[in-house]
Design a protein around this ligand. Structure first.
Ligand code: XBP
Ligand code: MG
Length: 265
């Protein structure tokens, strides 16, 4: 699959956050939303199956509004949905960052290893996510160290763009600020919405599925695996191949990127 226009060499890796850097949704964001509902005196509760349905909508505030419009009877909908969504979301973010500060969410397998290897090989790093910037900072500082956010040249997050994933806006935002062409990058995503966003920006994409996304449509991804893998803990390849590598490492990424460039030529 074409990696899009631009230079031939691989120069940068752009990471999604939720579901990709860490499996944050089921026991992180969902729990934080429910704590926020409780704190604001609402009898709403998003169980795991319902949250899986609501994940079709990216963005916490947008997800709340979607729930109100599609899951609450007309007589139980608040007057000012947008205002309530803002208030709930601020409360939820406080709960979510506290969960991170308590060390409740770890990075997924292979993430720290690949980030270290990529930096060591001179690849530039960035983040392109729908989630709130405070969540990104809390996840990175709690899992990679207090000053680790500086390892990412650009952190494109949340409301900095008018349209969230599956729109490509956040990837365009990152490419513009790094003065990079799509063809010089690879993106890492976990969901069909995320894949569509990265592909919409012309970026070749590696997908690491998770419990909520494993049955989604990842047509157009360069590689689909259940995790990035570690030495002695190889990933299960669901589509594409590791180009001879035992797990997703920089050599594998360079081969995937070169193959995509040849395919685009
Ligand atoms: C996933 C999202 C986010 C999170 C919740 O973002 O859609 O909305 O579910 O975070 P990504 P917020 O996969 O792009 O990292 O409540 O802060 O939006
Ligand atoms: Mg994601």
């Amino acid at each position: 699959m074409a990696a899009g226009n631009g230079s031939s060499a691989l120069e940068a890796l752009i990471f999604d956050v939720d579901g990709t850097l860490a499996d944050t949704e089921r026991h992180g964001h969902r729990v934080a939303f429910n704590l926020a509902f409780e704190e604001l005196g609402l009898d709403w509760h998003w169980d795991e199956p319902l949250y899986g349905e609501l994940l079709a909508v990216t963005g916490g505030k947008e997800r709340i509004a979607f729930f109100v419009e599609n899951y609450l009877p007309a007589g139980r909908r608040p007057e000012d949905v947008a205002a309530l969504a803002r208030e709930l979301h601020a409360c939820k973010t406080r709960h979510f960052t506290r969960l991170l500060d308590e060390g409740r969410i770890a990075l997924r397998a292979g993430v720290a290893r690949l980030l270290d290897e990529a930096s060591g090989e001179g690849l530039r790093l960035a983040i392109a996510t729908t989630t709130t910037p405070a969540n990104v900072e809390a996840l990175i500082s709690n899992t990679l160290g207090a000053d680790a956010a500086g390892r990412f040249e650009v952190i494109g997050a949340g409301d900095v763009v008018p349209a969230k994933k599956p729109a490509p806006d956040i990837y365009h935002y990152v490419l513009e600020r790094m003065s990079l062409k799509a063809g010089a990058c690879l993106a890492f995503e976990d969901s069909a919405n995320g894949l569509r966003a990265a592909r919409g920006a012309g970026i070749g994409t590696v997908v690491t599925v998770n419990g909520y996304t494993r049955d989604e449509d990842f047509n157009g991804a360069l590689l689909v695996v259940d995790q990035l893998g570690e030495p002695g803990e190889p990933p299960v390849v669901l589509a594409g191949d590791l180009a001879g590598a035992r797990f997703v490492d920089v050599s594998c990424l360079r081969a995937l990127h070169a193959g995509a460039r040849r395919g685009a030529a």
